[in-house]
Design a binder for this molecule. Structure first.
Ligand SMILES: C[S@@+](CC[C@H](N)C(=O)[O-])C[C@H]1O[C@@H](n2cnc3c(N)ncnc32)[C@H](O)[C@@H]1O
Length: 141
């Protein structure tokens, strides 16, 4: 089994506590569910979508509802907050907009200039993890 390409630092859940507290959160590309465990500290419900079958199985064995599908192949499930840290984050955001999905959309960290420029054009709130360069970009759908 291929090793996952990266995971959000768990402390990011503390950074966004006020946004996710008692809310339903969907991790778009949840991998093996490590970050879902951190989100679960504050959220009323955490669900994930992951198209890698092996990783989705690991995440669901942690007790989470995981939809094992490509995010682009169906309408996003209802949630209050969507967290997305993967290579197609902007495409997923645009899909959510196009479908009329409502909620808060949080982009995980990126150093990719073109994506960063697009994210900045959305007029996001930016939060930085203390003692780190990790940033999240928060916007409304
Ligand atoms: C960088 S990992 C992030 C894992 C976790 N969300 C976190 O923040 O720690 C990105 C995950 O998104 C998944 N992914 C990427 N594109 C996807 C798509 N179109 N549909 C479903 N999952 C996708 C990848 O398989 C990978 O597990």
């Amino acid at each position: 089994m291929k090793v996952i390409e990266g995971e959000t630092p768990l402390a990011v859940a503390d950074l966004i506590e006020d946004i996710i507290k008692d809310k339903k959160v969907c991790d778009l590309g949840c991998g093996v569910g490590t970050f879902m465990t951190a989100l679960d500290k504050y959220s009323s419900e955490v669900i994930g979508i992951e198209d890698n079958y092996d990783w989705a199985m690991i995440a669901s064995k942690k007790g989470f509802r995981v939809i094992t599908e490509n995010i682009f192949s169906f309408s996003l499930p209802e949630a209050d907050v969507y967290y997305c840290w993967n290579l197609c984050a902007m495409g997923i955001y645009l899909k959510a907009k196009w479908e009329g999905t409502k909620g808060t959309f949080i982009f995980g960290h990126t150093v990719r200039k073109p994506l960063l420029n697009l994210i900045n054009s959305l007029d996001c709130e930016v939060r930085t993890l203390p003692n780190s360069d990790w940033k999240v970009y928060i916007t409304q759908l």
